[in-house]
Each structure stands twice: as C-alpha cells, then as structure tokens.
Design a protein around this ligand. Sequence first.
Ligand code: SF4
Length: 343
Amino acid sequence: MSRKDALVGLTDEDLTSTVAAAGGKPFQARQLAHWIYKHGAAEFDDCRNLPNRLLAALGERHTVRSSHVTHVDASDDGTRKLLIELADGETIETVIIPDGTRTTLCVSTQVGCPVGCVFCASGLLGVRRNLTAGEIIEQVLHARDRLDEPLTNLVVMGIGEPLLNLASLVPALARIHDRDGVDMGARRITVSTSGYPERMRELAKTEHAYNLAVSLHAADDDLRAQLVPNAKALVADIVAAAREYFEQKGREVTFEVVLLDGVNDRERDADVLARSIQGFPSTVNLIPWNPVDEIEGCERPLPESVDRFAEELRRRGANVTVRRQRGADRSAACGQLRILAER
Ligand code: SF4
C-alpha cells in the first residue's frame, strides 16, 4: 500500500491545491492550516469547523502529520527527550529544555550526521537522509502537544548539520516563524552550523534574520580538522562568513566550543580563538563535553579548567558564557542525541 502524504510542511500554495483537489475552497485551506499549526490538530477529526465530506476526501490520500512520538525520556532537571519515528521507520530525537520563563526546543535536521565530530553521538552512524520540512516542523508540534506553557525558543542544534539541508530548513523555519504558522519570532530561533561558509552566506540571503551559532570547537585549523573531520573550511573563512552574516542580518553571532580536557582548553587555544574572532560583536559559548559511552579518548574538563579557559578568553576581550549541562542523565544533553542503529 502506498504511503499517504502528510499536510504539515506543505506551502500555502500546495495546501490550497491539495484542498481544491479534495473539493474544498481556498478559505478552507487557510482554516485547515489554522487547525494544524495553531490548534495542533494531529488528525482530520480534530479540525472541527470543516465539512466532514472534505475531511474524508483529504483523508483518502493524506495524513495531517507523518511522524509520531514513540518514547519520552524525562530528566530530573525537567528536560524531556522525545524519540520520534518517521514514516519510513527512521528515528530522530528532539529535546524540550525548560529554564525559568523560557522553554526551548532543540530540533534535528537530518537522520544522523555526516560531519563526524569526534566527541558527538549524532554522527556515529553517519547520515542516512535529510529530514523534510514537514519532519522538522512536526518536532515543534509534537513538543507543543506536551507543554502546558508556551514554547518560547527554538535551537536548530539537534542531530545533523542544518546547513547541509537548507532546502528543508528554510521553508520549515519560515512556517515556524510565520504568524499563520507556529508564530515564533526570528529572534527566538537560532540556527547552528559546524561551519560551511557558502551555506552561511545562503542563509544570510534568506528572508528572515535568525540567530546564528557557529560550532568552531578550535580556532587552529589543524586541531579543528581533528575534531570536526568532515567540515573542511578554514577557520578564517568560517569567521569571515559569520562576520558577513552579522553585517547583513544585524544578529550577534555565537561561537560554540565543546571543551575537551587537555585538547582544546589550553591557554594557547584561548589565545588563537580570541584572536580569530576579534573585531565584531560575538559571544563564545563554552560547552564542557557531555560523555557518550562509545566515545573514548575524550574527557570532560573540571569546572575550574572551564573557568580558567573562560577567564583567558575574557582577558583577551571575548564575551564568554558557559552552557549549563541539561538532560545528561537521559543522554539528552548537547552531543548526546542519536538515531537508532536498527530499524
Ligand atoms: S556536533 Fe553537530 S555537526 Fe558535529 S557530529 Fe554532532 S550533530 Fe553533527
């Protein structure tokens, strides 16, 4: 039996023609979008003011969503990791991170990751495929189903390299940002990349001004090539593209560094990093490594080493923040997300 296509992720134009093919009018396509994105309708039966005949006709060829949540892991600190099964049986993870008045969702963009950062669980099995725009948006809808409070922020930092899937990422974020979609402000959305300068420039050309986070991990090219083996760009090119993004979009850029004890947390690492990013407004976000069972040879630095490294950077003029560890007891912290090996 052929699989039915989901409506989440369709453009307004495609949704209108889908509704027309089922005998509906353009205003009913808008009503349907309202049910799906505003009210979180997951089934056609949930769309209450649309004619049953139209919903039945749509249901013959379509579903509302394509994925479903198969498991939720709740951490002691309130973080929740959702395991999501996609229509083809692949799985991804997405993480809800409450923090005071703010609730952030960390979404995935690929099944696996081709970048292969040596400290990260997401790339252990390589990449299997890109997510569709609908599969990215559905992570937001699944999370919202489970929240009593509003979802305030989105970080595109889960499994995968977002900028290697711009074709899905850009329309997905537009729908999430859109007033008639999920209605989340661009300032509340952060796209993270491991450093693809041309793709960063493409993102800068798109309509909305999202925040940009660049996972540098090391500012020395040789060390970075060891830590991020498959992202080949030179640090100077990555930083130049980040600067252009800032100049075009007016958004301060964050440089992320996963700190590994004795590897990239030495004084000379702070020195090279501070010099590389000098001269435009940015913040360095330090993330002490979150352990992954299968990964050997990496150690999480002690808190005093992290503080010392942060201080070295500050002395050299950098703005520095240190990310608090969240969800590690459920392998939901940064770098711990993964796909299932078996399907
Ligand atoms: S840190 Fe990000 S880019 Fe690197 S392997 Fe993990 S998911 Fe991919």
